[in-house]
Design a binder for this molecule. Structure first.
Ligand SMILES: Nc1ncnc2c1ncn2[C@@H]1O[C@H](COP(=O)(O)OP(=O)(O)OP(=O)(O)O)[C@@H](O)[C@H]1O
Ligand SMILES: Nc1ccn([C@@H]2O[C@H](COP(=O)(O)O)[C@@H](O)[C@H]2O)c(=O)n1
Length: 261
Protein backbone atom coordinates (compact mmCIF):
# COMPACT_ATOMS: atom_id res chain seq x y z
CA UNK A 1 0.00 0.00 0.00
CA UNK A 2 1.50 3.36 -1.02
CA UNK A 3 1.55 6.64 0.88
CA UNK A 4 -1.31 7.67 -1.36
CA UNK A 5 -3.52 5.19 0.37
CA UNK A 6 -4.29 5.09 4.04
CA UNK A 7 -5.29 2.17 6.15
CA UNK A 8 -7.12 3.08 9.30
CA UNK A 9 -7.71 0.13 11.55
CA UNK A 10 -10.14 0.33 14.44
CA UNK A 11 -9.76 3.56 16.36
CA UNK A 12 -8.04 1.61 19.13
CA UNK A 13 -4.81 1.98 17.20
CA UNK A 14 -5.22 5.71 16.70
CA UNK A 15 -2.96 8.03 18.72
CA UNK A 16 -4.09 9.94 21.76
CA UNK A 17 -6.07 13.07 21.00
CA UNK A 18 -4.00 16.06 19.96
CA UNK A 19 -3.37 18.42 17.12
CA UNK A 20 -3.62 16.95 13.65
CA UNK A 21 -0.39 18.74 12.98
CA UNK A 22 1.42 16.61 15.54
CA UNK A 23 4.29 14.78 13.83
CA UNK A 24 3.73 11.12 13.05
CA UNK A 25 5.90 8.67 14.91
CA UNK A 26 8.87 7.97 12.67
CA UNK A 27 8.20 10.88 10.28
CA UNK A 28 10.38 13.96 10.31
CA UNK A 29 7.74 16.52 9.46
CA UNK A 30 3.98 16.69 9.83
CA UNK A 31 1.87 17.30 6.72
CA UNK A 32 0.60 20.84 6.09
CA UNK A 33 -3.10 20.88 6.90
CA UNK A 34 -5.85 22.70 5.02
CA UNK A 35 -9.04 22.33 7.08
CA UNK A 36 -12.37 22.84 5.31
CA UNK A 37 -15.87 22.63 6.81
CA UNK A 38 -19.29 23.31 5.39
CA UNK A 39 -22.90 22.19 5.06
CA UNK A 40 -24.20 19.41 2.80
CA UNK A 41 -23.72 20.07 -0.91
CA UNK A 42 -21.59 23.19 -0.45
CA UNK A 43 -18.88 21.69 -2.65
CA UNK A 44 -16.49 20.67 0.13
CA UNK A 45 -15.60 17.28 -1.34
CA UNK A 46 -15.33 18.13 -5.02
CA UNK A 47 -13.70 21.54 -4.64
CA UNK A 48 -11.36 20.29 -1.89
CA UNK A 49 -10.31 17.33 -4.05
CA UNK A 50 -9.50 19.54 -7.03
CA UNK A 51 -7.66 22.07 -4.85
CA UNK A 52 -5.69 19.29 -3.14
CA UNK A 53 -4.61 17.89 -6.49
CA UNK A 54 -3.34 21.29 -7.62
CA UNK A 55 -1.47 21.77 -4.36
CA UNK A 56 0.07 18.29 -4.59
CA UNK A 57 -1.69 17.39 -1.34
CA UNK A 58 -3.86 14.45 -0.29
CA UNK A 59 -7.54 14.78 0.58
CA UNK A 60 -9.28 13.24 3.57
CA UNK A 61 -13.08 13.24 3.26
CA UNK A 62 -14.15 12.68 6.87
CA UNK A 63 -17.82 12.44 5.89
CA UNK A 64 -16.93 9.25 4.03
CA UNK A 65 -15.90 7.67 7.34
CA UNK A 66 -19.18 8.64 9.03
CA UNK A 67 -21.03 7.31 5.99
CA UNK A 68 -19.05 4.06 6.03
CA UNK A 69 -19.79 3.64 9.72
CA UNK A 70 -23.51 4.16 9.10
CA UNK A 71 -23.33 1.65 6.22
CA UNK A 72 -21.61 -0.87 8.49
CA UNK A 73 -24.20 -0.36 11.24
CA UNK A 74 -27.04 -0.89 8.78
CA UNK A 75 -25.33 -4.02 7.38
CA UNK A 76 -24.72 -5.57 10.79
CA UNK A 77 -28.02 -4.53 12.37
CA UNK A 78 -26.30 -2.39 15.02
CA UNK A 79 -28.59 0.19 16.62
CA UNK A 80 -27.47 3.49 15.07
CA UNK A 81 -29.02 5.43 17.96
CA UNK A 82 -27.17 3.49 20.67
CA UNK A 83 -23.72 4.94 21.31
CA UNK A 84 -22.34 1.72 22.90
CA UNK A 85 -23.44 -0.34 19.87
CA UNK A 86 -21.77 2.06 17.44
CA UNK A 87 -18.62 2.16 19.59
CA UNK A 88 -18.50 -1.66 19.60
CA UNK A 89 -18.70 -1.64 15.83
CA UNK A 90 -15.93 0.97 15.64
CA UNK A 91 -13.72 -1.27 17.74
CA UNK A 92 -14.25 -4.25 15.47
CA UNK A 93 -14.34 -2.91 11.92
CA UNK A 94 -11.56 -1.94 9.59
CA UNK A 95 -11.79 1.20 7.47
CA UNK A 96 -9.61 2.21 4.53
CA UNK A 97 -9.73 5.32 2.39
CA UNK A 98 -7.49 6.54 -0.40
CA UNK A 99 -6.03 10.00 0.10
CA UNK A 100 -4.97 10.60 -3.50
CA UNK A 101 -6.48 9.96 -6.90
CA UNK A 102 -9.98 8.64 -7.22
CA UNK A 103 -11.61 8.09 -3.86
CA UNK A 104 -11.95 4.45 -2.79
CA UNK A 105 -13.47 3.45 0.53
CA UNK A 106 -13.40 -0.09 1.88
CA UNK A 107 -14.70 -1.64 5.09
CA UNK A 108 -14.04 -5.02 6.67
CA UNK A 109 -17.08 -5.84 8.77
CA UNK A 110 -16.60 -7.59 12.14
CA UNK A 111 -16.06 -11.29 11.53
CA UNK A 112 -15.57 -10.83 7.78
CA UNK A 113 -12.30 -11.76 6.16
CA UNK A 114 -12.59 -9.76 2.95
CA UNK A 115 -13.10 -6.01 2.53
CA UNK A 116 -16.27 -4.59 0.98
CA UNK A 117 -15.82 -1.73 -1.46
CA UNK A 118 -18.41 0.77 -0.21
CA UNK A 119 -17.32 3.74 -2.35
CA UNK A 120 -20.66 3.92 -4.17
CA UNK A 121 -22.92 2.47 -1.46
CA UNK A 122 -22.10 5.18 1.07
CA UNK A 123 -23.43 7.86 -1.32
CA UNK A 124 -26.85 6.23 -1.60
CA UNK A 125 -29.92 7.81 -0.07
CA UNK A 126 -30.27 4.90 2.38
CA UNK A 127 -27.00 5.97 3.99
CA UNK A 128 -27.32 9.77 3.57
CA UNK A 129 -30.66 9.65 5.35
CA UNK A 130 -29.26 7.71 8.34
CA UNK A 131 -25.70 8.98 8.77
CA UNK A 132 -26.63 11.74 11.24
CA UNK A 133 -27.76 9.02 13.65
CA UNK A 134 -24.20 7.74 14.09
CA UNK A 135 -22.52 11.16 13.97
CA UNK A 136 -24.67 12.40 16.88
CA UNK A 137 -22.67 10.36 19.46
CA UNK A 138 -19.88 12.35 21.19
CA UNK A 139 -17.71 9.30 22.00
CA UNK A 140 -18.02 8.06 18.42
CA UNK A 141 -16.90 11.47 17.18
CA UNK A 142 -13.91 11.43 19.55
CA UNK A 143 -12.81 8.02 18.27
CA UNK A 144 -13.21 8.98 14.63
CA UNK A 145 -11.38 12.25 15.22
CA UNK A 146 -8.43 10.32 16.65
CA UNK A 147 -8.57 8.08 13.58
CA UNK A 148 -8.53 11.12 11.26
CA UNK A 149 -5.50 12.57 13.05
CA UNK A 150 -3.72 9.22 12.79
CA UNK A 151 -4.48 8.94 9.06
CA UNK A 152 -3.13 12.43 8.40
CA UNK A 153 -0.06 12.02 10.58
CA UNK A 154 0.80 8.68 8.99
CA UNK A 155 0.07 9.73 5.42
CA UNK A 156 3.64 10.52 4.45
CA UNK A 157 2.25 13.33 2.28
CA UNK A 158 3.53 16.94 2.20
CA UNK A 159 0.04 18.19 2.92
CA UNK A 160 -3.52 17.05 3.38
CA UNK A 161 -6.79 18.87 2.77
CA UNK A 162 -9.16 17.52 5.39
CA UNK A 163 -12.84 18.33 5.03
CA UNK A 164 -15.97 17.78 7.07
CA UNK A 165 -18.05 19.61 9.65
CA UNK A 166 -15.79 20.12 12.67
CA UNK A 167 -12.33 20.10 11.13
CA UNK A 168 -11.65 23.82 11.62
CA UNK A 169 -12.94 23.75 15.18
CA UNK A 170 -12.27 20.32 16.71
CA UNK A 171 -10.14 18.03 14.56
CA UNK A 172 -7.52 20.56 13.47
CA UNK A 173 -8.16 23.93 15.13
CA UNK A 174 -4.46 24.77 14.75
CA UNK A 175 -4.30 24.11 10.99
CA UNK A 176 -2.49 26.97 9.19
CA UNK A 177 -5.39 27.24 6.73
CA UNK A 178 -9.01 26.98 7.88
CA UNK A 179 -11.97 27.56 5.58
CA UNK A 180 -15.74 27.43 5.96
CA UNK A 181 -17.20 26.75 2.52
CA UNK A 182 -20.83 27.59 2.09
CA UNK A 183 -23.51 28.34 -0.49
CA UNK A 184 -27.20 29.13 -0.22
CA UNK A 185 -29.48 26.10 0.34
CA UNK A 186 -31.13 26.73 -3.05
CA UNK A 187 -27.82 26.72 -4.91
CA UNK A 188 -26.66 23.61 -3.05
CA UNK A 189 -29.90 21.81 -3.89
CA UNK A 190 -29.67 22.85 -7.53
CA UNK A 191 -26.13 21.47 -7.81
CA UNK A 192 -26.99 18.25 -6.03
CA UNK A 193 -30.18 17.72 -8.06
CA UNK A 194 -28.08 17.94 -11.20
CA UNK A 195 -26.21 14.79 -10.07
CA UNK A 196 -29.26 12.73 -9.17
CA UNK A 197 -31.80 11.31 -11.56
CA UNK A 198 -35.40 10.91 -10.52
CA UNK A 199 -35.17 13.21 -7.50
CA UNK A 200 -36.76 16.66 -7.67
CA UNK A 201 -34.91 19.81 -6.71
CA UNK A 202 -37.55 20.34 -3.99
CA UNK A 203 -36.89 16.90 -2.51
CA UNK A 204 -33.13 17.47 -2.58
CA UNK A 205 -33.60 20.85 -0.88
CA UNK A 206 -35.77 19.29 1.84
CA UNK A 207 -33.20 16.49 2.39
CA UNK A 208 -30.31 18.95 2.61
CA UNK A 209 -32.14 21.19 5.07
CA UNK A 210 -33.17 18.20 7.21
CA UNK A 211 -29.62 16.76 7.35
CA UNK A 212 -28.05 20.14 8.14
CA UNK A 213 -30.63 20.67 10.92
CA UNK A 214 -29.71 17.33 12.56
CA UNK A 215 -25.98 17.86 12.11
CA UNK A 216 -25.97 21.40 13.53
CA UNK A 217 -27.32 20.05 16.80
CA UNK A 218 -23.85 18.54 17.29
CA UNK A 219 -21.43 20.96 15.61
CA UNK A 220 -21.70 24.50 14.20
CA UNK A 221 -20.61 24.48 10.57
CA UNK A 222 -22.81 27.36 9.44
CA UNK A 223 -20.81 30.15 11.07
CA UNK A 224 -17.05 30.58 10.75
CA UNK A 225 -15.19 30.26 14.06
CA UNK A 226 -12.67 33.03 14.86
CA UNK A 227 -9.78 32.91 12.37
CA UNK A 228 -11.70 30.78 9.85
CA UNK A 229 -12.09 32.24 6.33
CA UNK A 230 -15.58 32.15 4.84
CA UNK A 231 -15.73 31.10 1.17
CA UNK A 232 -19.27 31.52 -0.18
CA UNK A 233 -19.50 29.75 -3.54
CA UNK A 234 -23.14 30.71 -4.26
CA UNK A 235 -22.05 32.98 -7.11
CA UNK A 236 -18.87 31.13 -8.07
CA UNK A 237 -18.56 28.44 -10.69
CA UNK A 238 -16.56 25.31 -9.96
CA UNK A 239 -13.25 26.68 -11.25
CA UNK A 240 -13.70 29.94 -9.35
CA UNK A 241 -14.42 27.96 -6.17
CA UNK A 242 -11.19 25.98 -6.52
CA UNK A 243 -9.28 29.21 -7.10
CA UNK A 244 -10.91 30.78 -4.03
CA UNK A 245 -9.54 27.94 -1.88
CA UNK A 246 -6.08 28.17 -3.45
CA UNK A 247 -6.12 31.93 -2.86
CA UNK A 248 -6.78 31.40 0.86
CA UNK A 249 -3.96 28.86 1.06
CA UNK A 250 -1.56 31.21 -0.74
CA UNK A 251 -2.56 34.12 1.48
CA UNK A 252 -1.93 32.17 4.68
CA UNK A 253 0.90 33.74 6.67
CA UNK A 254 2.32 30.46 7.89
CA UNK A 255 5.92 29.96 6.80
CA UNK A 256 5.23 26.27 6.64
CA UNK A 257 2.48 26.78 4.08
CA UNK A 258 4.55 29.13 1.95
CA UNK A 259 7.42 26.66 1.94
CA UNK A 260 5.16 23.96 0.58
CA UNK A 261 3.90 25.99 -2.38
N1 LIG B 1 -18.96 26.29 -7.35
C1 LIG B 1 -19.62 25.29 -7.91
N2 LIG B 1 -20.28 25.47 -9.03
C2 LIG B 1 -20.98 24.50 -9.61
N3 LIG B 1 -21.11 23.24 -9.09
C3 LIG B 1 -20.46 23.00 -7.97
C4 LIG B 1 -19.70 24.00 -7.31
N4 LIG B 1 -19.21 23.46 -6.18
C5 LIG B 1 -19.63 22.19 -6.15
N5 LIG B 1 -20.38 21.91 -7.22
C6 LIG B 1 -21.08 20.65 -7.49
O1 LIG B 1 -22.05 20.52 -6.45
C7 LIG B 1 -22.22 19.15 -6.12
C8 LIG B 1 -22.04 18.97 -4.61
O2 LIG B 1 -20.69 19.15 -4.32
P1 LIG B 1 -19.94 18.23 -3.25
O3 LIG B 1 -20.38 16.81 -3.35
O4 LIG B 1 -18.50 18.52 -3.37
O5 LIG B 1 -20.52 18.85 -1.91
P2 LIG B 1 -20.26 18.45 -0.40
O6 LIG B 1 -20.24 19.72 0.36
O7 LIG B 1 -19.08 17.58 -0.29
O8 LIG B 1 -21.58 17.63 -0.08
P3 LIG B 1 -21.89 16.54 1.04
O9 LIG B 1 -21.58 17.18 2.34
O10 LIG B 1 -23.35 16.27 0.89
O11 LIG B 1 -21.03 15.34 0.73
C9 LIG B 1 -21.25 18.38 -6.99
O12 LIG B 1 -21.95 17.94 -8.14
C10 LIG B 1 -20.22 19.42 -7.38
O13 LIG B 1 -19.60 19.12 -8.60
N1 LIG C 1 -16.51 16.05 10.18
C1 LIG C 1 -17.71 15.48 9.92
C2 LIG C 1 -18.01 14.95 8.68
C3 LIG C 1 -19.23 14.37 8.48
N2 LIG C 1 -20.11 14.28 9.49
C4 LIG C 1 -21.36 13.55 9.35
O1 LIG C 1 -21.30 12.71 8.20
C5 LIG C 1 -22.36 13.03 7.31
C6 LIG C 1 -21.91 12.86 5.90
O2 LIG C 1 -20.94 13.84 5.59
P1 LIG C 1 -20.74 14.41 4.09
O3 LIG C 1 -19.67 15.43 4.22
O4 LIG C 1 -20.37 13.25 3.25
O5 LIG C 1 -22.04 15.00 3.68
C7 LIG C 1 -22.82 14.43 7.70
O6 LIG C 1 -24.18 14.65 7.37
C8 LIG C 1 -22.60 14.41 9.21
O7 LIG C 1 -23.66 13.74 9.85
C9 LIG C 1 -19.80 14.82 10.72
O8 LIG C 1 -20.62 14.77 11.66
N3 LIG C 1 -18.60 15.42 10.91
Amino acid sequence: MSGAESTAPAAASAPAAGSAAAPAAGSATAPILVAIDGPAGSGKSSVSRAAATRLGFGILDTGAAYRALAWAALETGADLDAEPAVLELLGAWRFDITLRGEQRVTVVLPGASAPSDVTAAIREHAVSGQVSRVSQHPAVRDRLNDMFRAIVAGSGLPGVVIEGRDITTVVAPDAPVRILMTASPEVRAERRAGELSGVSREQVLADIIARDAKDTLVVDFMNPAPGVTLVDTSDLDFEQSIQAVIDVVQAAPSAAVEESM
